[in-house]
Design a binder for this molecule. Structure first.
Ligand code: ADP
Ligand code: MG
Length: 318
């Protein structure tokens, strides 16, 4: 790994990747989030070697792609599907024609193609749309076609470049749910890039924040949420603005059976006044957030107690 990529433009050089180390576990959904121009698409295109990195190696499913050329590289690429933001469908072909296209290119016969396309369309919930044309479909349906096409050669790895960025929120939800189901049912490994924190929150097991060609932070989402000072945690859960000097924000990165608040009052004799709270689903788990005002001589001891029990404690204004 340690990927580098520079683009030489007429006058100056743009470093799109400046030493990125990315490791995605088999079967996980890994999200890279960052603003436009951060280098996300370049990173994704480096994974299937649509862009050849200037330095560094890329290995997918145990095979080092950077050492392959020609037909062996093409074969290895069939193990990697790609989904695009703007679907990239052929308008003159039916849904079935689009999904079957990669199979046609790799020389699969007509009868096997038909069967496979039928299965793929069922898999993405478009069993009845085989003969429709892209222009007759909604954005969400088009993206389902794009996903079915990406899965045509039964890849183990799926890359997604802003797959939901052109979709409305309800459709985004349904596509994210589909990706998660495909991971669960097919054991896919998914690497997705997005500029939306919500996508990370909803379906990613691990994530990285990317800026100017480097990862500022990366790891398991639930670990990062429990890490003091984590940028990802702060972006996923911005601190509420309602804090006073006594306010403490507490994050529970997993569910706890222990009644912490009553425990605190008993042990440390602090007064706790709950200001707000809620529970959100992150990486398939419930993460609780609570803002409280806490007062008392042993307040610091109480906060240490919470930290020691794996809760993330943040004080307003610190
Ligand atoms: P992102 O997907 O995060 O928006 P990109 O990977 O598309 O970022 O781009 C990263 C940087 O590399 C940007 O400064 C972009 O202008 C530049 N870049 C990307 N692709 C090319 C290219 N083919 N030629 C020249 N510069 C490029
Ligand atoms: Mg991009």
């Amino acid at each position: 790994m340690g990927l580098h990529k520079a683009y030489r433009l007429k006058k100056h050089q743009v470093t799109a990747l400046d030493g990125v180390n990315l490791h995605v576990e088999p079967g996980e959904i890994f999200g890279v989030v960052g603003q436009s121009g951060a280098g996300k698409s370049t990173l994704l295109r480096s994974v299937n070697l649509l862009e050849r990195p200037d330095a560094g190696t890329v290995a997918v499913a145990g095979e080092e792609l950077t050492s392959l050329r020609g037909s062996r590289l093409r074969a290895a690429r069939r193990n990697i599907g790609m989904v695009h933001q703007h679907f990239a469908l052929l308008s003159s072909r039916t849904v079935a024609g689009n999904v079957g296209f990669p199979l046609e290119v790799s020389g699969v016969d007509r009868a096997s193609r038909r069967t496979r396309v039928g299965e793929l369309l069922e898999l993405v919930g478009l069993g009845d749309k085989a003969r429709a044309y892209p222009a007759q479909l909604s954005g969400g349906q088009k993206q389902r076609v794009g996903i079915a096409r990406a899965l045509a050669s039964a890849p183990q790895v799926l890359l997604s470049d802003e797959a939901t960025s052109a979709l409305d929120p309800a459709t985004t939800d349904s596509i994210l749910a589909l990706l998660r189901r495909l991971r669960d049912e097919l054991g896919l490994t998914i690497l997705l890039i997005t500029h939306e924190m919500d996508v990370i929150k909803r379906i990613c097991d691990s994530a990285a924040i990317m800026e100017k060609g480097v990862f500022l932070e990366s790891g398991k989402v639930l670990d990062l949420i429990g890490t003091p000072g984590s940028l990802l945690a702060r972006s996923l859960f911005p601190l509420p603005a309602n804090g006073g000097p006594e306010t403490v924000f507490i994050t529970y990165p997993r569910s706890f059976d222990e009644p912490f608040m009553s425990e605190l009052t008993r042990r440390f004799d602090v007064d706790v006044n709950i200001l707000g709270g809620g529970v959100e689903q992150v990486a398939g788990q419930s993460v609780g957030r609570l803002s409280v005002d806490m007062r008392g001589a042993r307040r610091n001891e109480a906060l240490t107690y919470l930290s020691e029990h794996g809760l993330l404690v943040e004080e307003a204004g610190k």
